[in-house]
Design a protein around this ligand. Sequence first.
Ligand code: KIV
Length: 284
Amino acid sequence: MTTVLDVQRFKDESRRFTMLTAYDFLSAQILDQAGIPILLVGDSLGMVMLGYPTTLPVTMDEMIHHAKAVSRGARQALLVGDMPFMSYHSSTEQAIESAGRFVKEGGMHAVKLEGGGRIAELTQRLTGMGIPVMGHLGLTPQFVHQMGGFKVQGKTEAQAARILADARELEAAGAFSLVLEGVPTAVASRVTKSLRIPTIGIGAGPQTDGQVLVFHDFVGLTTGKAPKFVKRYANLADEISRAAQRFSDDVRNGTFPGPEHEYTANGSTPHAESKRDEVKYGAG
Ligand code: KIV
C-alpha cells in the first residue's frame, strides 16, 4: 500500500507521480488497480458529481458518503479526504472532529486542507494526532469569492512570495505534500525546488513533483472547451452518448434483450455457454 513515506520517497528519488480524484467504488477500484498511487476524494465532487456551481455547498456528510465508497474500492492507493468548506473553519476542535471522521468513518489515510496561515497550526495539530495533512495553495476553490472567481494566483511577485512563505510554513508544520493549483509554472517550480516535501500540480506546469487531475476531466466526462490545464485521456461523454443511442435503437427495433440475456423457467439461460444466472448489479 502507498503511504506518505512512499510519497516522500517519490520526490527523494526524483520519480514523478500521479494523483487522481475518485468519488465512488468502481472508479476507485479501476484507478487503484491501474496503479494510481494517490486517490483524492476531492470536494470537487460538489461540482462534477452533484452539480453545484462551486465547492462551497459540499457538506462533511456528503464527503464521508463518497469517501466510504472509495475506500471500499481501493486496496493499494493512499486515500486523501478533502476537508470541505466550513468543516475546519470555526474551531480547532471542529477541524479535529472533521479530520477524525474522514479516518474513522471514511477509511481515509490523510486529509487535505486549503490555505496557508492558520492552516499551518491545524496541520501541526492533526499530524501530531497521526492524521497526515496535504496542503493546498494557489487557486484554492474554497476562496472563490475572495479571489473574485477561479483565477490563476501568484502572478505578482508579492503573491508569489506569499505562496512560497505559506508553503514553507506548511512544510515546517508537518504537511507531507502540497497541492499547487492554478499558478504560473515559474512559481510552482520555485516552490517545488524550495521544499523537501513533494508538490502536486494542477494548472501549475510540468515542474511539480506530481500531477493531479479531476476524474471527470481526465476521462472526458466533462464536455465543452476544457480549461487550459486539462488533458482528456478518454472521451467517455461521447462514448456514453453513443451507447445510449445504440441501447434505444436496440430496444426500439427489438434486438435487445437477445436470447443470451434471457432467463428460462428451469433457471438456466437459453444459451448453453452462459452460466450467469445470478441476478445482481455490476459484474466481477
Ligand atoms: O477538490 C479537488 O478535486 C481538488 C483537486 C483539484 C486538487 O482539490
